[in-house]
Structures are given as C-alpha cells and as structure tokens.
Design a protein around this ligand. Structure first.
Ligand SMILES: C[S@@+](CC[C@H](N)C(=O)[O-])C[C@H]1O[C@@H](n2cnc3c(N)ncnc32)[C@H](O)[C@@H]1O
Length: 235
C-alpha cells in the first residue's frame, strides 16, 4: 500500500494542511510555516498538552519511543522536549512529512530527538533495530485503511519490549457509548474521501492488540471527543 493522506498534503497556497481529530482539522485553514520544509498542523498545538499529560502517566522514564505516522513532526518536537529522559524516534512514510520532521529537528530539536525513519506500518519489516520501550501513534488508524491498524499492532508485536506499551490517540467508536455527533460527521467526511477510512471500533482494535500479545487498553477521555489508549505489553 502506498500511504498518502490528502488531508495532510501541502496545498497550492501553503506548505501545511492540518488533519487530526473531530472538530479539529476541518476548521483550520492551512498556514504558511515559512519557506522551509516545515509543515504546520494547528491541531497539534491544541492537543499536545493533553496528550503529554496522559503520556506522563504511561510512558517509562527512560528508553526509546518509536512514533509512527509523525506527520509534520510538531508532536515529536514537543513531546521529545517534554520527556527529556526518553529518546524519541519519529517516522512517517511520506517524504514531505519526513522533510518537515527533519526541519523541525534541525531548528529546535534536542539531542534526544532522532532523525525520522521511513516506516509504512503495513510493511512486514520496519527499519528499527531491536525493541523499543514505547510506541506512539496519533491520528492515523482512522485516516488509513484497516490494514494500517493491523500493521501497527503487528509491528508492536515485533518491536515492543515487555513492560512497554503502545499509545494511540484519536476518535473511536465504543460499544455502549453513543458516538458524538461531531465524530459521526467526521466519520462521514473520512468515508467520503476514502471508503476504506473511518472511525474504528475500540473492540476490534483491542482484538488486534490481543493477537499481538498486548493487554486491553487503559482509556483516557480527551478533549474534542478523542481518546487516549495505552496497550501495555505484559512483562
Ligand atoms: C492525520 S496525519 C497525523 C499526523 C500526526 N500524528 C498528528 O497527529 O498530527 C496521518 C499520518 O499518517 C501517516 N500514514 C498514513 N498511512 C500510513 C501508514 N501505512 N504507515 C505509517 N504512517 C501512515 C500519514 O503519512 C500522515 O502523516
């Protein structure tokens, strides 16, 4: 599969186009981040503190974090700064996104922010040596075919160290919990762009996790009807 998300592609009139969660992306106009390779997704500035707060309770103090689908690299830059004891490894299959991540790193990145890797989660092997203590993936599995969720958890099964965990952020459907109207509208807009995209059922995602040897997730409710999920790998 050739992953591309038009939601995130540079528009003709500027370098960055936001794409994130419900109630986040659609109302943001692309913003010119300058003449360099940096792309800008305004939603990242709105959700990064809430994400960091939840991650502070779940991430280990030290070790290597592999971020999948890093997008512009704004989360990577910010979270690597917030978690200085961790080494942050960003990645994205889109070359323009990797250029953006590299540009943010070159501008303001600390020593614990590594150069981006080219990782398509659906690939049977990733260019990652050994195991990592945590994996982070925000706003990807609903803006990609289901095979991306399958590939993400298969990769967690291969690379996540015992005692570590996989963090997901985004909108989900939950059995017994009414889906917010904003999430229903977001789901419809995703499916209109690509019938293979759309909000995922938390139960189906949890089944993938179990098949990869991960526990049922810890769940934290987030602003704008998003969830944070932590799928721990038992020791
Ligand atoms: C909506 S953006 C989210 C970016 C960032 N995580 C954020 O929250 O702002 C979705 C990202 O998923 C990436 N992506 C799409 N398909 C992928 C795949 N198969 N493997 C890895 N990344 C993928 C895209 O390149 C894009 O950067």
């Amino acid at each position: 599969m050739k992953p591309r998300t038009p939601l995130f592609a540079p528009p003709a009139d500027g370098p960055g186009r936001p794409a994130a969660g419900p109630g986040e992306a659609p109302r943001d106009a692309p913003r010119d981040a300058g003449s360099d390779a940096r792309l800008h997704a305004p939603a990242t500035a709105r959700n990064r503190d809430a994400i960091a707060q939840v991650l502070a309770g779940w991430l280990p103090q030290t070790g290597r974090v592999l971020e999948l689908a890093s997008g512009t690299g704004e989360h990577a830059l910010y979270l690597a700064g917030r978690f200085a004891g961790l080494t942050w490894q960003p990645s994205d299959p889109d070359p323009a996104h990797r250029r953006s991540i590299a540009a943010y790193r070159a501008g303001d990145g600390g020593a614990n922010l590594l150069p981006p890797l080219d990782i398509d989660v659906t690939a049977p092997r990733w260019p990652v040596d050994g195991s990592v203590q945590a994996m982070v993936c925000c706003n990807m599995i609903h803006i990609a075919p289901w095979a991306a969720a399958e590939g993400l958890f298969a990769g967690a099964g291969r690379h996540l160290a015992a005692g570590g965990g996989l963090y997901l952020y985004g909108p989900f459907r939950r059995e017994g919990v009414p889906t917010a109207p904003s999430n229903e509208a977001f789901d419809a807009s995703l499916r209109a762009q690509n019938p293979a995209w759309g909000l995922r059922d938390l139960a189906a995602v949890t089944d993938l996790a179990a098949a990869a040897g991960l526990a049922a997730p810890l769940v934290a409710e987030m602003p704008a009807n998003n969830l944070s999920l932590w799928f721990a790998r038992p020791r």
